[in-house]
Design a protein. Structure first.
Length: 180
C-alpha cells in the first residue's frame, strides 16, 4: 500500500509518499531516533537495532489488529528513496469519538513542509478508508510550537487545552480536522 502526496517538486519540497514500515527501514529508523529533539517528543525512543526490530514488529502487529496504522514517510531523492518521517493513525475503534493523528520528522527533513504534507495525506486516507470517522484529533504538548504549526498547516483547528497526563508533564493542545 502506497499513499502519495505530491506537490510540485522543487529542491526544497519534493513530494512525499506514505507506505507501511518494513524490515529494510531498521537502520534509517535507528538513525532518525539519534536526534535528541525527536527523542524529547516521543514516548518510546529507539536506540538500538533490537529496539528498532521491536518497534517495526509492533507497527506490523498494529496494522493486523486494525486499530493503529503507522506509515513511513519517504521522499524520492537523486540517490534514491530516503526516510523523512513517520505518521500514524491511532485508536480506530467504535469506542473512540475521533482517532488521533501522530507524526515525527527526521531531523534532516524538518522545516521543509514534510510533516504537514504527510499529515494531510494520512488524514485524506483515514477519511477515505474509514467512512464512519468524521473527525480526527491531533494532540501535542503546549510547548511543542512546531506541532502547532503542523496542525494549522494541515487544516486542523485548535479546540482546547488538555490537562497534563503521564508520560507528558505539561498540558496539551487538541486540534481537530472534520471530514469533508
Amino acid at each position: 500500500m502506497l499513499i502519495e502526496s505530491r506537490s510540485p517538486d522543487t529542491p526544497s519540497t519534493p513530494g512525499v509518499a506514505l507506505r507501511p514500515w518494513c524490515a529494510e527501514d531498521l537502520d534509517e529508523l535507528v538513525r532518525a531516533y539519534r536526534d535528541p529533539i525527536l527523542r524529547r517528543w516521543t514516548r518510546a525512543p529507539v536506540t538500538t537495532a533490537a529496539e528498532a526490530r521491536r518497534w517495526l514488529d509492533g507497527a506490523q502487529r498494529d496494522w493486523a489488529d486494525g486499530r493503529r496504522y503507522t506509515f513511513a514517510v519517504v521522499e524520492e531523492q537523486a540517490d534514491g528513496v530516503r526516510l523523512a518521517g513517520n505518521v500514524v493513525l491511532k485508536g480506530v475503534t467504535p469506542e473512540r469519538p475521533a482517532p488521533e493523528v501522530g507524526y515525527w520528522t527526521a531531523s534532516w527533513a524538518r522545516g521543509r513542509g514534510v510533516a504537514p504534507r504527510a499529515v494531510t495525506a494520512l488524514s485524506r486516507w483515514a477519511f477515505d478508508r474509514f467512512p464512519e470517522v468524521t473527525r480526527l484529533d491531533l494532540l501535542h504538548q503546549v510547548d511543542n510550537v512546531a506541532s502547532c504549526r503542523v496542525a494549522h498547516k494541515s487544516g486542523f483547528v485548535f479546540q482546547e487545552i488538555l490537562p497534563a497526563r503521564p508520560p507528558f508533564p505539561l498540558d496539551g493542545h487538541r486540534h481537530t480536522l472534520d471530514a469533508g
